[in-house]
Write a protein that binds this ligand. Structure first.
Ligand code: CTP
Length: 421
């Protein structure tokens, strides 16, 4: 029966797809869960890719598909990251092989390692499908019993004509029954946690999250030795990146030119121009949960970059034609709900007058969730300083903070982001 599929907005489901003919049904399950408001990530075994290809999963989730334990950069451990991210995990179709691995605790590929890495208490739903004799084999039945004894929820296969033309038990349960089991598990977990509860431990409240931070200035080249820049030191963005890493997040820091060291546990992507910052930020945002745009991106860039040092005697240096740069913050905000996901995007506003009014207008224009408005006329605030005097401007109004160190502002900001998530 169709249950209440409209109340799961933003719940995170990790869909593990295994190598069986019924893998195509996992596509339909994914769509039902997305329509119910769930954010769904997919991990696939190599075998499953023979049944449903990478392009299908990537097209439907708008995210790269993970299949390999070792296909990662140095800062991420995909099986641990995905396991920590999920509110519930679903295995469909669960082959005899994957259930045997789960029962034994084997972790020799991305799917089995992810399943073993699930934090205690995360609901696990398993929907088996296989040949009737494989299903009835004592080994498989013993594994089913083991999984059941560990509170794994089984959506039992049904009798019918199987792909091998045998008739009997082993056919994947109905797509709706599988989706309903996941939604039921999510609701029970949410009820058990109580309103507002987060599943991650306090020590690492952003565990499993990917946080993108932009920081620093950009340099817009005029010729090989000259450029347009601004006075941003990058300190605010670096403090946010460091604090997010301390809270357990995987952090990508897209940084313009600064003199700052890479904060511990942070992956830095160095860029120079606004266009490079745009490309790096958009790439990192694909699987990010949060984007915080603290960079002082140049609003304009020279229309033409000379390939040689311009000579003031005989070349025009007094007039430089400029074109507007792409607004990274606005673009990330416009795509934050892609794939049914709920992501938080934060912008900064450096203002010299009418701080609250200008920041509120910017919030609407850019489409982000929160603006950190900064009065750059104050001596204790703004470019290059170690302190900042900011206001958080959101849909619910303006909160003015006292003068704080940039690290304290980062702490308060990430508290606010956690509420928004
Ligand atoms: N920003 C961006 N990409 C740009 C310009 C700005 O991502 N090309 C982001 C900044 O990182 C910051 C926010 O937008 O988070 C505010 O930038 P700002 O330049 O102050 O906003 P504008 O829309 O340009 O407004 P104005 O210059 O008129 O104040």
């Amino acid at each position: 029966m169709l249950k209440d599929r409209t109340q799961m907005d933003g719940s995170r489901v990790l869909l593990c797809v295994c190598g069986g003919i019924a893998a195509y049904k996992a596509v339909e399950v994914l769509r039902v869960l997305q329509r119910a408001g769930c954010a769904v990530r997919v991990v696939s075994t190599e075998g499953a890719l023979r049944f449903v290809g990478r392009a299908t999963w990537e097209g439907l989730t708008h995210a790269p598909l993970a299949t390999d334990l070792f296909d990662c950069d140095t800062s991420s451990i995909p099986h641990v990251e995905n396991a920590g991210w999920a509110d519930a995990v679903l295995v469909v179709p669960a082959t005899a092989n994957v259930m045997a691995k789960m029962a034994c605790g084997l972790a020799d590929d991305l799917v089995s390692a992810t399943l073993l890495a699930m934090p205690a208490g995360t609901p696990v739903v398993v929907a088996p499908a296989m040949n009737v004799h494989m299903w009835q084999a004592p080994a498989t039945q013993a594994n089913v019993a083991t999984l059941r004894s560990r509170d794994v929820r089984l959506v039992m296969p049904v009798p019918g004509r199987l792909a091998c033309d045998d008739v009997g038990e082993g056919k994947l349960a109905a797509v709706e029954a599988i989706a309903d089991a996941v939604l039921e598990a999510l609701r029970e977990a949410a009820d058990a946690d109580g309103p507002g509860a987060v599943k991650t431990p306090d020590a690492a409240p952003l565990a499993g999250m990917h946080v993108l931070v932009t920081a620093g200035p950009t340099h817009e080249a005029i010729d090989p030795v000259r450029y347009i820049a601004n006075a941003s030191s990058g300190k605010m963005g670096y403090a946010i990146a460091e604090e997010a890493a301390l809270r357990g997040a995987r952090v990508t820091l897209v940084s313009g030119p600064t003199a700052l060291a890479v904060p511990r546990g942070v992956e830095r992507v160095d860029v120079v121009s606004a266009a490079q910052m745009h490309d790096a930020a958009v790439a990192a945002f694909v699987d990010a949960d949060v984007a915080i745009c603290a960079a002082a991106v140049a609003d304009y860039t020279p229309k033409f970059v000379a390939d040689h040092k311009l000579k003031k005697a005989n070349e025009r240096l007094d007039v430089i034609e400029l074109v507007e740069t792409v607004d990274i913050l606005a673009e990330l905000s416009a795509t934050k709900r892609a794939g049914g996901r709920r992501r938080v995007v934060v912008g900064f506003a450096a203002e010299t007058n009418d701080l609250a009014r200008n920041a509120q207008a910017k919030l609407g224009r850019k489409g982000c969730d929160l603006i950190v408005a900064n009065d750059v006329t104050r001596a204790d605030s703004g470019f290059g300083r170690d302190t900042n005097h900011v206001s958080f401007v959101g849909a619910d109004g303006v909160e003015e903070l006292p003068t704080l160190t940039k690290h304290e502002v980062a702490e308060r900001l990430l508290d606010r982001v956690a509420e928004l998530l």
